[in-house]
Structure formats: C-alpha cells, structure tokens
Design a protein around this ligand. Structure first.
Ligand SMILES: Cc1ncc(COP(=O)(O)O)c(C=O)c1O
Length: 387
C-alpha cells in the first residue's frame, strides 16, 4: 500500500511539533483544500502569515515574474527589489534603515546583536535585555532565551547570558529590573504565541519614557503584530510611540520567507562585516514583500483589518466563551475547562481552521482580506461545534 503523507512525515521529518491530521494541497483567498478536495475556511493564515490569503493573483504574478528574472545573487551585490523594499518599510514606519533576513527569529537575532554592539559603544559594555515572561521571539538560541517561556529554552541549556524576564504590562517591574548592565527592553506590543495578550493602555508609552530617561534602546518585536494585522500598519502606532529597533517577518512576504530588522539612526550600529545572511533580502522574497505592501495599501487592508477585527470580536462574544480579547485581526478566547484542543479538532472536522495555543485558549489570526460573510460562516461553524 502507498504510505499516506502523515506516515511519510513520521518516517522522514524530525518530529519537532505535533501536526493536525490534514494535508493541504491548495488554497484560494481564505479557503484551503485537502487531498480529498474538501474545503476549509482558514482563520489561522499559516500563523498570521498569509495577509492576502492563499494564491493571491498579484503575489502569484509578481513572484512568477521575478522567478523568471532573478531569484538570488547574494549580498555581495546590489539588487533593486531589496533597496526598494527597505525604502518602503522605512517610509511606512519611522526614520531608520533595514537589515533583511529570512524569518522572525533571525530578525530578532539581528536586534539582539544591535543592542549588544550599541551597549559596547554607548553604555560601557552593558548587554542585558529586559523581556517579558510569556513572550515569544523565535527559536534560535538567543531568541528562544529572550522569549520568556522556559518550556522552549530549558532543554537547550546552557543558554546565552543577558536576558532578564519580567511580568508583561508592569512598568514598575521593568524599572526594578533596570541596572547598570541593562542595554534594552524588548517587547511584543501584543503577545501572540502565548494566546493574544495586548499591552495595556499606556504601557508602551511608559516603557518608551523609561528607556529615554535611562538611555536604553526600545526593541519592539512586530513579527506577528506588524503590517496591518492590528488595524494599524504597526501596533506601536496605536500608542503614538516609536521604537529604536523593530522586527518584522510573518506577513511581510505573503508566505515567502522574509524578515526585517529596522533600526533608527541612534541604534543603527552595524558596520560592514558585523552581520549578514546569504539569502536575506534576495530579489524573490523582496519582490513578494513589495507586492504584499502594495496590495495592502491599494486595497485599504489596514482599515479593513480594523473593521473586520471588530466584527470578529463581536462574533466571538456571541459564542458564550470566556475572555474574548485582541486587537484587530488578532483575537483569542478562553475555555473554562481544558477543551481548546478538542475544539480545534472539532472545528477541523467541520472544515474550519482555528489555532489552540494551549489547553484553554484559541487564537484566530485570519488573512486581512477576510470578509463579513466569512466571519459569519466561521461563527456559525463554531456555534454548531460548541453545541
Ligand atoms: C512575536 C514573534 N516573534 C518572533 C517569532 C518567530 O518567527 P519565525 O518563526 O519566523 O522565526 C514569532 C513566531 O511565531 C512571533 O510570533
């Protein structure tokens, strides 16, 4: 008998995570199709990645065109898409320059290295970065140590020095943890991986003020929150502040791997030879990202995400679940009992894709192009599953 895809995966793929029992072969907009041709409504979007949904015609066209033109040259040379993308990201955010890489973890790794070099130059070799308990910054050794979830880092001890974890949304904890060794504070504006925990009103502004007072860098990880997901181009814009360093990835390439680390002139300390990436910012990924940004802008998807986020939130409130929370199209809710995983499976059986982040909480991060009718369809399925 021909082995199934899950059987082949068990034999040939390292078992780094648990997969749901479904194999997708194609997608279109907010819909995915499995090997048997069954249709699913996707409220996870490749974990907050496919901003324009699946198989968006503009992305398909530009990526195909770029594949036929130039995929990769390395960073020994200039390419036009790379420079254009850096320019666009800076125009959309704050005065800065960009380092382009391939993932969120890599973007954060760059931010951490920037902070350390900046500390060597400006703060007598200070190197400690204050981060949040429960945060998630990726899986490289430094990024996983920066993240405040020991379950992800403990198996890999000894971990790199220089990360101090404090409770999120507690400015006094940051103040108390600041010492002569501190160089930066690194935060997610909305903690995503742990199940959508937004910064409390005023928190980011208080942290910005503290960093200014003490001469620290503020690093914001907008890998999940960036590029329209929260109803603003960048989540920190809700708070009227600007970070010194910002990291992006996930949605940027519409599914093609790409990451970016932006640093303001004050923090822009990298010099030739300091950092690099063979694939980072290659013309293919940059062209995909330029197209995603152009379509988000052309189709007004930032405002649309805010509007659809409100509708999704209201739809979840009617489910009778606990603690519906979120910003824009980053929403979550809680079960009193540990039934999020069973709910996720039941939704999958009913052809709706949701994400159980743990035993109790469910996260929804759909494509920004989701429509009111699709939110109603999702609510309908969830109501049936809950009944
Ligand atoms: C806030 C945040 N930072 C960093 C990462 C890591 O990104 P990547 O998986 O692309 O390395 C994630 C991934 O979930 C994330 O949510």
């Amino acid at each position: 008998m021909t082995p199934t895809t899950p059987e082949l995966a068990e034999k040939y793929l390292m078992q780094t995570g648990r997969r749901l029992p479904v194999t997708f072969v194609r997608g279109e907009g907010c819909l995915l199709y499995d090997e048997e041709g069954r249709e699913y409504l996707d409220l996870v979007a490749g974990i907050a990645v496919n901003l324009l949904g699946h198989a968006h015609p503009d992305v398909a066209r530009s990526v195909t065109g770029q594949v036929k033109t130039l995929i990769h040259t390395s960073n020994l040379y200039f390419t036009q898409p790379q420079v254009q993308l850096a320019r666009r990201l800076v125009e959309l955010s704050f005065p800065s320059r960009a380092f382009l890489c391939n993932s969120g973890a890599e973007a954060n790794e760059a931010a951490i290295k920037i902070a350390r070099k900046w500390g060597t130059r400006n703060r007598d070799g200070a190197f400690e970065i204050i981060t949040s308990v429960g945060s998630f910054h990726g899986r490289t050794l430094a990024a996983v140590t920066a993240g405040g979830q020991p379950k992800y880092s403990d198996p890999f001890k000894p971990l790199p020095d220089g990360f101090v974890h404090v409770p999120f949304n507690d400015i006094e904890a940051i103040k108390a943890a600041t010492t002569g060794q501190t160089v930066a504070v690194m935060l997610e504006p909305v903690m995503g991986e742990i199940g959508i925990v937004p910064a409390a009103k005023g928190y980011l502004a208080d942290v910005r003020k503290w960093c200014d007072e003490k001469g620290l860098l503020l690093i914001l990880d907008e890998v999940q929150t960036g590029l329209g997901r929260t109803g603003r181009w960048f989540a920190h814009q809700h708070d009227g502040i600007t970070p010194d360093v910002m990291t992006l990835a996930k949605g940027l390439g519409g599914g093609i791997p790409i990451g970016a680390c932006l640093a303001s002139p004050r923090a822009d300390v990298f010099e030739p030879g300091d950092h690099g990436s063979t694939f980072g910012g290659n013309p293919l990924a940059c062209m995909a990202a330029l197209t995603v940004l152009a379509v988000v802008e052309r189709d007004g998807l930032v405002g649309h995400a805010a509007e659809m986020g409100d509708l999704l939130h209201a739809a979840l409130m009617e489910l009778g679940v606990k603690d519906v929370r979120g910003v824009g199209l980053m929403q979550a809710f809680e079960f009193e009992e540990p039934r999020a995983k069973a709910f996720q499976q039941a939704c999958l059986d009913a052809r709706l894709i949701v994400n159980a982040v743990d035993e109790n909480s469910v996260r929804l991060v759909p494509p920004l192009i989701i429509t009111e009718a699709e939110i109603e369809r999702a609510q309908d399925i969830m109501l049936k599953v809950l009944a």
